[in-house]
Design a protein around this ligand. Structure first.
Ligand SMILES: Nc1ncnc2c1ncn2[C@H]1C[C@H](O)[C@@H](COP(=O)(O)OP(=O)(O)OP(=O)(O)O)O1
Length: 785
């Protein structure tokens, strides 16, 4: 190789050519880029192959699952069938099996792996407790909560079943005694409850477990709340990952995973996490026919809201037992004090109470000394009082799963019980600021908001479709408010209101202000700071609750979006244009919201629509206000449209001429007199409504609005009956014992618009295991303390 100054000559002996080093460098770089391109393409190929492998694995798992499922597991001629029946009666004192219990027990006793998905209170515990007594040796039950294990042990002790638990708080003596029993051929312990942490962190325990397995004494591994294995679930727990080693360590020990909440995706993920090669998946129906579901609007006035609860507890639920769920510890304590001040026997339960006090409250509730417990979600898992007659959500749950689990504490004895949600938009933001950092936190929350907004569809059907079940509302048997008082479904075009919101948001941004939902509604209703109002945005003639419903609908549907900002003390949710803003501003786009119209006789289908030429806006009010406000609602004003258009372009956010189709939009007249009269009317309506809520016997109309969240599923209908859209006020939602219990028919033409009627306890699970000692000041004077 010769080199000269500035450039080098390279002898390419193989190719018999001379090349400068620069040329060779370029060549090398070119070759490198070729290799990198190939690597990238190989990487893509690898990715595709990996995906194919995952899919094939899923399919193989599903096929194996299906094959296993094809056997008749409900047979009563298995070798153990007689013993199973005998133990059911003699030890568990039960007469028969509930849905899927026998199938699960038989499959487990056949040494098959099973995942059992059964609603809260369905009777999952029996499915591992009974096989544990049929089989020789000991069964291990992995359970996430110490309190849950304690409850189970208490129940088993009452049945004289030999069961114990191991947790981080177990004493040395207890640990020794249990571990000796594990490896004793004549050991008598039948069930051992352990936390996943214990399995993951105690080598000594795992060694004993292996020894026990070697002796042929490990009969079953049951994993409670098995959905915690999956990162897709709402409840992923890192320690559950460790359970993946169990199948390899104890290949011929059957595994039984139990959960009350698992979608198909989570179920497959769980199988993979547990290294189960094909298993039986038993999924019980999520329908709880004995539960009555209802959503009511929660008054913005605290005293009224309290009075509603007091009335419920003193009349409709007099002498009955229940739970009232709140979001925060502060709300929980305050509500207990308020209810006690009204002479009610109420306890309060949250994760920050010391364990002794918690269990005192629990016991007083179990024995009936307390009529109800005001609780955070800490009061949940393991609560097994059969005769809970009501569960009231004083503010909405974080998700449909949470709601299902919490409301599912009611009616475990299969007798009728009621699940009522008190809904208010403001509560949505209390929760959203807590959950928005979770991967699916906001979507989960909006699902339950949509449930609350829906005033037409059978609530049971909404819940079922959430859990991948198809349910016919006919099967509801009028056990939800929407089926009990069926109404026509009507579609209302709310596009112009969405655009009004954009105008208000843009105007505020121009003033360097961000709008919370509260401020946005204030500005819309001509309240609050003057510079946040926009002249061209008409003040709605319908009440504020209706405005709230419209905003909730826009949020759930993605036309608005929450914008979270941190302050040193809290997180604030502002509203901004959502991902669907561009669509909302296009000419052709219509944002449709379902509302409920005229009452239809029970049994009639709700899905048909009423025909009419006009679109109407959602509203409610008293009979008196009907004519005036209806007129206001149905009048369209090009004037208003063009001014709002102007304002939008001025604000230079994605502007489009959306007024071309304004004739189809029922924008209100923006003149002063109409504004005055309508707001006067709606205020009066609200007053009347409040008055009417104090009249339990008043059996007049109720008002309702609903979201068109499920519009696609239900089909589109452009027509609305003006006459059927009377602005009667919702009333006597509260206190209406007879109505909700017995009223299968609705009074004539009750078409109404219903407007429906912090410190989080979110991390209660970790708190439960390492309890923070804190006795609430409000409880000090109480006998609990
Ligand atoms: N076959 C049966 N017949 C009558 N009662 C039963 C039967 N099986 C279970 N039960 C009762 C026992 C309990 O009081 C209640 C709930 O059972 P349990 O096993 O605690 O439910 P679960 O484990 O599915 O609920 P959770 O998800 O809340 O833990 O039902």
């Amino acid at each position: 190789m010769n080199t000269s100054e500035g450039s080098s000559l390279v002898l390419c002996s193989t190719r018999n050519c001379m090349m400068t080093e620069e040329e060779e460098l370029r060549m090398a770089e070119y070759e490198l880029s070729e290799v990198e391109a190939q690597l990238l393409s190989l990487e893509d190929k690898k990715q595709l192959i990996l995906e194919r492998i995952e899919k094939l694995k899923d399919n193989i798992l599903l096929k194996k699952n299906q094959l296993l499922a094809s056997r008749n597991w409900a047979n009563t001629d298995f070798p153990w069938s007689r013993k199973v029946k005998e133990i059911l009666k003699s030890i568990f004192k039960l007469d028969g099996f509930r849905q899927l219990q026998l199938e699960t027990i038989n499959a487990t006793l056949s040494n098959e792996d099973v995942i059992l998905i059964m609603p809260t209170g369905g009777g999952k515990s029996l499915c591992y407790q009974l096989p544990a007594l049929v089989k020789p040796g000991m069964s291990i039950v992995v359970s996430p909560l110490v309190s849950l294990m304690e409850d189970q042990l208490m129940a088993l002790k009452a049945l004289n079943v030999n069961a114990k638990m191991l947790s981080a708080t177990s004493t040395k003596e207890e640990v020794n005694e249990i571990q000796n029993d594990m490896v004793n051929k004549n050991g008598r312990l039948k069930l051992l409850y352990v936390t996943p942490e214990k399995l993951a962190k105690s080598k000594r325990f795992m060694t004993k477990l292996q020894k026990m397995y070697g002796l042929g004494r490990l009969s079953l591994i049951a994993i409670d709340e098995v959905h915690c294995c999956s990162q897709w679930g709402h409840d992923f727990r890192p320690d559950y990952k460790f359970l993946g080693v169990l199948k390899a360590m104890f290949p011929d020990v059957p595994m039984l995973g139990l959960t009350a909440t698992s979608t198909s995706k989570i179920t497959i993920d769980v199988q993979k996490m547990l290294s189960i090669q094909g298993c039986l998946v038993f999924r019980a129906s999520f329908n709880r026919p004995n539960l009555y579901y209802e959503v009511r609007i929660k008054s913005s006035n605290q005293e009224e809201c309290l009075q509603e609860l007091v009335n419920l507890l003193k009349t409709r639920y007099k002498g009955q037992s229940g739970i009232i769920y709140t979001t925060s510890i502060k709300d929980c304590e305050q509500l207990m004090v308020d209810l006690r001040n009204k002479d009610l026997r109420i306890g309060c339960y949250h994760a920050n109470l010391d364990p002794e006090l918690r269990s005192k409250v629990h016991n007083k509730w179990l024995t009936g000394e307390y009529q109800a417990v005001v609780a955070t979600i800490a009061f949940g898992l393991g609560i097994d009082k059969p005769d809970v007659r009501f569960v009231i959500h004083h503010s909405l749950s974080k998700s449909m799963e949470n709601f299902y689990q919490e409301s599912g504490r009611a009616g475990r004895d299969n007798k009728k019980a009621e699940c009522i949600v008190l809904y208010r938009l403001a509560d949505v933001f209390k929760l959203s600021t807590m959950v928005f950092t979770q991967q699916t936190g906001l979507q989960n929350l909006y699902n339950i908001v949509a449930y609350c907004l829906d005033q037409v569809r059978c609530r049971r059907t909404i819940i079922a479709s959430y859990f991948d079940e198809a349910w016919d509302s006919q099967n509801c048997n009028a056990m939800c408010d929407n089926c009990r008082r069926p109404r026509e479904k009507k579609e209302v075009n709310v596009t112009q209101y969405c655009r009004s919101m954009y105008q208000l948001i843009s105007n505020a941004a121009g003033n360097d202000v961000k709008l919370t939902a509260q401020k946005l509604i204030d500005a819309w209703y001509g309240k609050g700071a003057g510079n946040l109002r926009v002249k061209s945005v008409p003040i709605p003639t319908f009440p504020r609750e209706t405005g709230e419903s419209v905003i909730a609908h826009l949020l759930v549907e993605g036309y608005l979006q929450e914008d979270f900002h941190f302050t040193p003390y809290s997180t604030i949710s502002y509203l901004k244009r959502g991902p669907k803003a561009a669509a909302a501003l296009s000419d052709e786009h219509r944002i449709v919201m379902n509302i409920s119209g005229k009452a239809v006789p029970p049994g009639n289908s709700l899905s048909h629509n009423v025909s009419s030429d006009k679109k109407e806006s959602p509203s409610h009010g008293t009979e008196k206000t009907n004519d005036a406000s209806r007129k206001n609602l149905s009048d369209s004003s090009n004037k208003t449209n063009s001014s709002s258009r102007k304002s939008l372009s001025h604000n230079s956010e994605q502007t489009k001429d959306f007024s071309k189709k304004s004739s189809s939009h029922s924008l209100e007249k923006s003149n002063d007199s109409s504004r005055k009269s309508s707001s006067h009317n709606s205020e009066k309506a609200t007053d009347d409504c409040r008055k009417s809520t104090k009249t339990p016997d008043d059996n007049k109309s109720k008002s309702s609005t609903t979201s068109s969240h499920h519009k696609k599923k239900e089909g589109k209908n452009d027509s609305i009956s003006k006459s059927s859209f009377d602005n009667k006020i919702y009333n006597k939602i509260q206190n209406s014992v007879s109505d909700t219990h017995n009223n299968d028919t609705v009074s004539k033409d009750e078409s109404t618009v219903v407007f429906l009627s912090s410190d989080s306890d979110d991390d209660f699970r970790s708190k439960m295991q390492v309890p923070q000692k804190r006795k609430a000041a409000v409880l000090d004077s109480d006998s609990d303390g």
